[in-house]
Design a protein around this ligand. Structure first.
Ligand SMILES: [Fe+2]
Ligand SMILES: [Fe+2]
Length: 395
């Protein structure tokens, strides 16, 4: 639990925005409209911040925070807050804490309203500045799964009608919140499984985690730059999000390559090289098999494309199919550049790490033969970004 004195609050009710909302006579309608918006809200990690901001706007309180229950840890974990200046990110409160309003509201599944906190010295709140505090449990059919905290600087400042509205608001938004939580949980498990597949196939290669992080970041960076040119309508925000995850699957087929070849320190014989090359087709087969069984979901569909085609060459001399130019899926053309760039810039058992100018020259020399020349130009236009990615995810 945070030290209440380290978190400060400024009045929201006195700001033009807060006043405008307070003057809104039909706040009930604002609450309804807010809940309707929640149902269609984009779900990502920033959704919770948007929710607390929306709650503060429609209720007109000074600050608001949302905690969700982490059943494994038996804790309430902060997911979003507004107006509480200095509240640590990811703050958690044990559900068993006796002097916490939040733990109590959660355990007892009951709204707690402290009208004048100066009279309640035995209670720990989120900030010592609070005059009054309202904590409501968020409950689904399966039971409580979080609490919503609303605070005001002034004591006795939540009217009965505001408390009634908060109750109604939390009741209505519990369904959207539960859905949001499930969607995020599913996404996190999907990302974990995808990363797990990529790591399993490359577990024998000790530097691989840095490489996977870097090419995921570089692929999404290149895709973002492509989108900005306006010349690639297929590169949508969804495409960028998908490639930022599925890029890590490019070498999943290495799981099928024996150690004697994959880890051989010296040069491969022509026969060994042919076996090594089969990792592209193996990867494509593994992931296409998943599509056959579970359906063509974006992440796996793109994963199958990058796994199978990341060694195709723009001039048609690559493998496994010898696809040429735009026959090669766009995601694989993006990945091919990022993969080679990162390999050249990194230390390997068979080579030292090359500096930027040497890597750039090599990639440029291969534009039009190995790589899509338009993508190479976009990729190399901002070396600082590429170096920042390499620095962020160093080995
Ligand atoms: Fe590969
Ligand atoms: Fe790679």
């Amino acid at each position: 639990m945070t030290q209440a004195s380290s978190v400060s609050i400024a009045s929201y009710r006195d700001t033009p925005e807060g006043k405008a909302e307070n003057l809104n006579l039909d706040r009930m309608q604002a609450v309804q409209a807010f809940n309707a918006r929640l149902v269609f809200m984009n779900v990502d990690e920033s959704s919770y911040e948007e929710i607390v901001k929306g709650v503060r706007r429609v209720i007109g309180c000074d600050c608001c925070a949302l905690f969700l229950h982490d059943a494994t840890r038996g804790e309430l974990v902060l997911k979003g807050s507004v107006g509480y200046d200095g509240l640590p990110e990811g703050l958690s409160i044990s559900c068993q804490t006796l002097d916490s309003l939040h733990a109590q509201a959660f355990r007892e599944e009951y709204l707690i309203h402290l009208d004048d906190l100066s009279q309640s010295t035995h209670i720990t709140t989120l900030s010592g500045d609070l005059g009054s505090n309202l904590v409501l449990p968020v409950i689904s059919q399966k039971g409580p799964f979080g609490v919503l905290d609303l605070g005001n600087l002034e004591p006795s400042s939540f009217t009965d009608s505001e408390i009634g509205m908060c109750n109604m608001l939390v009741d209505q938004m519990s369904y959207s919140l539960e859905n949001m939580r499930l969607v995020l949980e599913l996404r996190n498990s999907r990302d974990a499984v995808i990363r797990g597949m990529a790591l399993l196939s490359e577990i024998r290669d000790s530097h691989i985690e840095g490489h996977l992080n870097r090419i995921c970041a570089m692929s999404s960076y290149l895709a973002e730059q492509m989108a900005e040119t306006g010349g690639y309508p297929e590169v949508t925000p969804d495409f960028i999000d998908t490639i930022s995850r599925s890029a890590s699957l490019h070498d999943v087929g290495k799981v099928g390559i024996p150690d004697s070849i994959l880890l051989k320190p010296g040069k491969l014989t022509p026969a060994e090289y042919e076996i090594m090359k089969s990792h592209a087709a193996i990867g494509g087969k593994i992931l296409s098999g998943l599509i056959d069984e579970f359906g063509a979901y974006d992440m796996i569909t793109m994963g199958a494309a990058v796994a199978e085609y990341h060694h195709e060459w723009w001039d048609g001399t690559g493998y496994p199919r010898g696809l040429k130019g735009i026959q090669i899926p766009l995601s694989a053309r993006i990945l091919a550049i990022c993969d080679v760039y990162d390999a050249l810039a990194s230390l390997r058992v068979y080579k030292e790490a090359w500096d930027y100018d040497r890597v750039k020259k090599t990639i440029q020399d291969l534009a039009g033969t190995q790589f899509d020349p338009d993508l190479v130009e976009i990729f190399l236009q901002n070396p600082k970004e590429l170096e920042a990615i390499r620095a962020k995810y160093s080995d």
